[in-house]
Ligand binder design. Sequence first.
Ligand code: FMN
Length: 382
Amino acid sequence: MRIDRCNNIGDFRAMARRRLPGPIFHYIDGAADDEVTYRRNTEAYEQCDLVPNVLAGVESIDMSTTVMGQKIHMPLFCSPTALQRLFHHDGERAVAKAAEKFGTMFGISSLGTISIEEIGSSISTPKLFQLYFHKDRGLTNSMIERCIAANFDVLALTVDTITGGNRERDLRTGFTSPPRLTLKSLLSFAMHPRWAADHFMHEKFELPQLKDYVNEGSNISISVGDYFNTMLDQSMNWQDAVDVRKKWGKQFCLKGIMSIADAKRAVDIGATAIMVSNHGGRQLDGSRSPFDQLAEIVDAVGDEIDVVCDGGITRGTHVLKALSVGAKACSGGRLYLYALAAAGQPGVERALGNLRAEIERDMKLMGCRSVDQLSRDNLRFR
Ligand SMILES: Cc1cc2nc3c(=O)[nH]c(=O)nc-3n(C[C@H](O)[C@H](O)[C@H](O)COP(=O)(O)O)c2cc1C
């Protein structure tokens, strides 16, 4: 299959599955326990119907929005995700450049495989850095300082990974970062020779935000769950979030807020945004989906803070539904990761292009010229 035949995220997923060694595909595709929350994240959108208006003069539409102080040209941005050079040798470079082409925000993870400095100097569009709060405060502080120096726009503190989720596909495949060289993994690389050649012929895999502080993840193979459990600080609390916000001093977001109480507390500590998210179903299985929880959160804090709906998005109509409820923007991970794995930057561009075309077409079909015309009047829940 070629990327110009990939018309939706399922097509890219199928391509990624063929190209990647099994453990790496399942690391992207998998989620926690029985993956109930993962499935619900998308299914929630299907419990809600759009009610279009017509005869609205929609020859040109404006889908731009401003979120976390950043004007973005489409109301969907790239959530931060770890380890991207495992999926494609260009990794975050490819995603950042594709996001820049579409004028949307690019999020890079603490467990990213390209440095903060390189991303800072290579794109001019909005950049978000996702912070994991490490036990080693020197490491946590160094990432914040590097983001300030590299002129990042937004810092997002992830608050839903206080311990590793039970990702049983990873347990089954033995997924580690970097991949452990065993007979089984070597066999799996041999069966995916293009991926293996690309991965091993390019620059050495490492985690540049961490490597001066820890070897785990860059040189020592470790599962992501073990990384969370041993390196991240389980004592992290609201005061720590305040301290991070103060040290950072710019647009500050809490990623992984689900309860009304926590959303209100985010306002109290001066966060500028929250990402309503369950980490793509990868942490607490059985937790509510972001779209199911969105209305309550918007009603509680939507006037005071930007609310982003993160996860489960596979279609332009999903974005329109979340914006109609009151999200300022949406974000997603797998929606560009499968495409990255399938074809690098051209793949991510094709995936974002498909979604942008869907959002534009769907706005026209909804009789809506700009995103602020979307409201709950456009929706009915079943
Ligand atoms: C492979 C993968 C790696 C991820 N790595 C991180 C990470 O390092 N930090 C983080 O805050 N979220 C991470 N996430 C969660 C995403 O930021 C986002 O919340 C999630 O992907 C949204 O769900 P979706 O994939 O259905 O769009 C990761 C998600 C995936 C799929």
